[in-house]
Design a protein. Structure first.
Lengths: 208, 336, 273
């Protein structure tokens, strides 16, 4: 009986340790996606629009980001950063694949004013994604995150990307056809390619 | 260094000479291929250049055709000094020993191209090419050179060398690899060319019988030097080569005949031909006078020859004597 | 050998002491040979096939944004320059050493055509390989550059930078061919030189270097040409900033051509004596 109680104690202890180990991970997961209205930069708010959009793979999508200053004083210059998440795979996407610039400088915003930034992205794979932006003050420690804008990317398969197919097929056909014709004609007239023939089998040259 | 600098100067050019060299030397690094050769070949003549392998024949031709620079001496070809290589090239035709052909071209295209290179217009080059193809028996062959036999290629090469009707024609082993008929055709054609078109021919070959037949001048090279130069007769005389007389007498008088012949001044040696009893093979001086005196001595001794055959020294004998029997003689004698 | 010699009149150059202006004859003949015996078309077919595959894949990637459209244009243009130059260089590297090896050089050297004319004719013939590859590359560049709107830049880069680079390397190949005793040696050295010149622009150490790297790339005609294409087409840098990348290919084209012509005076048979 005492042995059973000891085993149960060990099991409970292990579960407790596992729970303790798991607890910090869950906490960080909740902070990974900032919530709208998290205004650690005073009264600065960031909104990404459209809230939900659909785009076909290969097309560009223009995200409109509005950074507003609801405070009574002008803000310091800030940096706006865009990030992308893959909702289905719960993993992050390399945002550099979507856009060549990940950050943009934001000049100081007067009290009650706002700044609009148009950010064109190019999705590189199909799926459902989340785009969000954060502003940070380089000299400070806080940040303000935007809403989560959902981007649905529809797959697209094209056999003729950029209308190159006729050229990609036609050019080798034309040149290859000309070559085949030439080789065929050459064979018919009994030639043997580029071979050069000599009177002797070897280059000779023993004589001086 | 320019062509002019490298090929030496020849201030005095004799227009009666197709080729004239004075102390001409050709070197490759430390190897002296042609060593101070002085030679004169008359215009309109056929000069045979003979010598064992490594004697310097090809180097001599390459020097005279402006392919390799002279290491020393002077030379002129077709009345132009080698210091003026463009003029020399414009007046010579060359068929090198190892001449390659573009297999994908036809004979006509090949000749036409070289006609253009010698400054002919398109029509002129075409006509000249057709004429030469006819001359060398290739007029009906429209196929590519890769289908040509060895003899056909060599004849095409000869036609190419003649495309601009050169004053001097240099031929390095033009009959190499040809069958007997092909060799005869080439050599006969050369003899005809020299006579009919007044082309001087500088012929490097191992066919000593043919040289004897068509060449009016011969130069024999050995180890880079010309060891003999002149007509065939002069070369043979100068070489000291022996003539041979085969005498058949009755077997019982052989000892007497042997004694009589040994007393004759013209006799150099006597041997008995065991395969034919009664035959004596006598090496004698290379002239008919020697043969006559030998015959007279036999008759004076009442020894009546049943058969008498005199063979004067041949160019091959002279060649062997002058080059100490090295190398090519055997090759020349086994030609087919 | 049946017909008699019809006349003894010398219609050739006997007595003529002027050198024949032979480069147009040599060039015409060499071009005819190059494009009629399958060699030129084989090179062009390989080039076209490779460019087609690459162009299609790059367009497909650009179509789904895996590759920036400008980058795809830059890729096609730089590959066209590199492969077109390679094709022309292979032909020029064979021009003299090939004749030497096939025993056809001596017959050419004993003609009154000045040797520099022979070299110039052969150089022009080899250059037609670049012209042909350019004619194939231009439609690809135009179609692919239409999207990002850099058609004029792509065409200009091919015409200017590509042509200068090809001219320089073709002349270099011919110079190497004049000196090499065997065709294999000539081709091996030429390809090694091309690789050595093209490699620096792709080496991370050189690309990232801020001191010696840019100088090396500008001095090297091949890497300068490739970098110019990248700068103009991908990075959209203005043409006015690219002068430094045009100078070395232009200088190399002139210098290597002069060297090839200069070496022509020393053309030798080599090998047999």
């Amino acid at each position: 009986m005492r042995r059973r109680a000891g085993s149960l104690l060990w099991v409970l202890l292990c579960v407790a340790v596992l729970l303790l180990l798991a607890l910090p991970g869950r906490t960080s997961a909740t902070t990974a996606v900032p919530q709208q209205g998290d205004t650690t930069l005073g009264d600065v708010t960031v909104v990404v629009e459209p809230m939900s959009s659909s785009v076909v793979l290969g097309d560009d999508l223009a995200l409109q980001i509005t950074v507003a200053n609801g405070g009574a004083a002008a803000t310091d210059p800030m940096v706006l950063h865009l990030d992308i998440l893959d909702r289905n795979n719960e993993g992050s996407v390399d945002p550099e694949d979507w856009t060549s610039t990940l950050t943009r400088p934001i000049a100081e915003i007067p009290a009650g004013g706002s700044t609009n930034v148009s950010w064109t992205v190019q999705p590189i794979s199909a799926g459902t994604f989340i785009a969000y932006a954060v502003v940070v003050k380089p000299s400070g420690t806080g940040l303000t995150a935007s809403n989560l804008a959902e981007v649905m990317v529809e797959d697209r398969r094209s056999l003729n990307p950029g209308n190159i197919l006729p050229l990609a097929i036609g050019a080798p056909l034309v040149v290859g056809g000309a070559l085949a014709l030439q080789l065929g004609l050459g064979r018919r007239s009994g030639r043997d390619g580029r071979r050069t023939v000599g009177v002797e089998g070897s280059t000779g040259g023993s004589s001086t | 260094m320019s062509d002019s600098d490298r090929n030496g100067a020849s201030d005095q050019v004799d227009p009666r000479l197709a080729v004239a060299t004075s102390d001409l030397s050709v070197t490759y690094g430390t190897l002296t291929a042609v060593d101070r050769v002085t030679l004169q070949v008359r215009r309109g003549s056929i000069c045979g250049l003979l010598g064992p392998n490594g004697a310097g024949k090809t180097s001599m031709i390459r020097a005279l055709t402006t392919i390799v620079p002279l290491a020393g001496g002077t030379a002129s070809v077709a009345g132009h000094p080698l210091t003026d290589p463009v003029s020399v090239r414009a007046n010579i035709g060359v068929l090198p020993e190892s001449n390659g052909y573009p297999g994908s071209q036809t004979g006509l295209t090949y000749l036409r191209y070289f006609g253009r290179l010698y400054g002919m217009g398109a029509d002129e080059a075409e006509q000249r090419a057709l004429h030469l193809l006819s001359q060398v028996g290739l007029q009906n062959n429209r196929s590519r050179i890769s289908t040509y036999s060895r003899g056909m290629r060599q004849r095409l090469g000869l036609a190419r060398a003649l495309i601009h009707q050169p004053a001097v024609l240099f031929l390095d082993e033009p009959t190499l690899g040809l069958d007997p008929t092909g060799k005869d055709e080439i050599m006969t054609e050369l003899a005809r060319l020299a006579v009919e078109s007044e082309t001087s021919i500088f012929l490097c070959t191992h066919l000593l019988d043919e040289v004897e037949r068509i060449c009016d001048q011969v130069a024999i090279m050995d180890r880079g030097r010309v060891v003999a130069h002149g007509t065939v007769a002069e070369i043979i005389d100068a070489s000291g080569a022996e003539g041979f007389a085969r005498i058949r007498v009755r077997p019982e008088v052989i000892p007497a005949a042997d004694e009589v012949l040994r007393r004759t001044n013209a006799t150099r040696s006597i041997r008995f031909d065991n395969s034919r009893p009664g035959d004596l093979v006598v090496a004698i001086d290379n002239d008919h006078g020697a043969a006559a005196s030998m015959l007279r001595a036999l008759l004076d001794a009442d020894i009546e020859p049943r058969a008498f055959d005199f063979q004067g020294a041949r160019l091959s004998d002279a060649f062997r004597a002058l080059t100490n029997g090295r190398t090519e003689v055997a090759r020349a004698e086994v030609r087919t | 050998m049946t017909a008699a010699v019809p006349e003894a009149r010398r219609t050739g150059l006997a007595g003529n002491t002027r050198p024949t202006v032979g480069w147009p004859v040599v060039a015409r003949h060499e071009i005819g040979q190059l494009w009629s015996d399958g060699k030129g078309l084989s090179i062009l077919f390989g080039f076209t096939l490779l460019l087609s595959i690459l162009g299609y894949l790059a367009s497909a990637d650009a179509g789904i944004n895996l590759l920036d459209a400008r980058e795809s244009v830059g890729l096609i243009v730089t590959v066209s320059i590199a492969l077109g130059t390679l094709g022309a260089m292979v032909v020029s590297a064979d021009a003299i050493s090939g004749e030497r090896e096939r025993d056809t050089l001596e017959a050419l050297l004993v003609t009154p055509v000045p040797r520099r004319h022979i070299v110039v004719g052969k150089l022009l013939a080899a250059t037609t390989v670049w012209v042909a590859t350019l004619l194939v590359a231009l439609p690809f560049a135009v179609v692919m550059a239409g999207g990002p709107g850099v058609t004029r830049d792509a065409v200009t880069v091919l015409l200017v930078s590509g042509s200068l680079s090809a001219a320089a390397l073709t002349a270099l190949g011919l110079a190497i061919s004049s000196l090499a005793w065997s065709n294999r040696t000539s081709l091996a050295i030429s390809l090694a030189v091309l690789l050595a010149l093209a490699a620096p622009s792709q080496l991370p150490a050189v690309r990232s270097s801020t001191t010696l790297g840019p100088i090396l790339i500008k001095l090297n005609p091949v890497s300068a040409s490739l970098r110019l294409a990248e700068n103009v087409l991908v990075r959209q840098e203005p043409w006015a900033d690219q002068i430094a990348f045009v100078i070395s290919p232009a200088v190399a084209a002139v210098v290597f051509t002069l060297v090839a012509i200069r070496l022509a005076r020393r053309l030798e048979l080599g090998g047999s004596r």
